[in-house]
Design a protein around this ligand. Structure first.
Ligand code: CAA
Length: 284
């Protein structure tokens, strides 16, 4: 199946990154947001990223313009009705996502594939909201999307071989490496990464070392690009808490239970980089 038109639902951090990568890989890409303000903010973020790449000499002005020409914004979900593939990167709310899936299902061509970028929900739950459960997959990207090489391609117990293979080739056509994952909460990466980050918080709570030293330890001792607290701030403490709650609900294992410090920080509005404060201070 040839993919020409791609849709992305959501133009936040992940959606904007996904739309950027799709347009940069030659696809006519339409990205949808709920209102003009959020849409313009997301498109502005993409424009800035590309302008920076031109400044660094990694891209020509002509490439920049060609990518922006392939990229269209909309606030109407039905504008994605002609797409061959739509990637949903809306907020992590299962009811919102189900509504999006049902509407896309009623508008997209029969061969169309609907993918979710969810990091914690199971894909089959979204598939069940459609009349085409065999053409629903997970395409889980990583932040920052233009830089991180991986996409987890998730097949459910009802995904067809054709839809899976098409999704896999599509992810590869974006210049990404693919890991196949089963449709289990957290897939592969978050299944391992989330307990690691939660454990780091528990170590800090128990006074094992300072957060700076825990970060330095993991960077210098293991070669990780960020320590666990830098990564928590980068991912977002609210997002981490949300994912941990879903994983704990699914597996009922203490390693997925959110530590109380994480809950307190989220309650206090310390959500990480995006709020200016998390384990570290970003206000300056
Ligand atoms: N968006 C786009 N590009 C970015 C970026 C961003 N937010 N931040 C940095 N970059 C780019 C820079 O422009 C630079 O590009 P060039 O090489 O083309 O110049 C490159 O990344 C390196 O950036 P820097 O030199 O400024 O900084 P760095 O070397 O410290 O790298 C980093 C920054 C890539 C973010 C690196 O620290 C890193 O890999 N961190 C770990 C990120 C990670 O683990 N992500 C996964 C999170 S988990 C997830 O996403 C899944 C989930 O469901 C929760």
């Amino acid at each position: 199946m040839a993919i020409e038109k791609v849709g992305v639902v959501g133009c936040g951090l992940m959606g904007a990154g996904i739309a950027q990568v799709c347009a940069a890989s030659g696809y006519a890409t339409t990205v949808m947001e709920v209102n003009d303000e959020l849409l313009n903010r997301g498109l502005g973020r993409i424009g800035k990223q590309l302008a920076r790449a031109v400044e660094k000499g990694k891209m020509t002005e002509a490439d920049h313009s060609a990518i922006m020409e392939r990229l269209h914004g909309t606030t109407t979900l039905s504008d994605l009705g002609a797409c061959d593939v739509v990637i949903e990167a809306a907020t992590e709310n299962v009811e919102t996502k189900k509504k999006i899936f049902a509407e896309l299902d009623s508008r997209m061509p029969q061969h169309g594939i609907i993918a979710s970028n969810t990091s914690s929900l199971t894909i089959v739950e979204l598939a069940a909201a459609t009349q085409r459960p065999d053409r629903i997959v997970g395409l889980h990207f990583f932040n920052p999307v233009p830089i991180m090489k991986l996409v987890e391609v998730v097949r459910t117990i009802v995904t067809s071989d054709d839809a899976y293979e098409t999704a896999r080739s599509f992810a590869a056509s974006l210049g990404k490496e693919v890991v196949e994952a089963k449709d289990t909460t957290g897939f592969v990466v978050n299944r391992l990464l989330v307990p690691y980050m939660l454990d780091a918080i528990r170590c800090y709570e128990q006074g094992l070392a300072s957060k700076e030293d825990i970060d330095r330890g993991m960077k210098l001792g293991c070669g990780y690009p960020m320590g666990p607290f830098e990564l928590l701030d980068f991912v977002g403490l609210d997002t981490t808490l949300y994912i941990a709650e879903i994983m704990f609900d699914e597996f009922r294992e203490p390693r997925f239970a959110p530590p109380s410090l994480l809950r307190r920080m989220v309650t206090a509005g310390h959500h990480g980089r995006k709020s200016g404060r998390g384990f570290y201070d970003y206000s300056k």
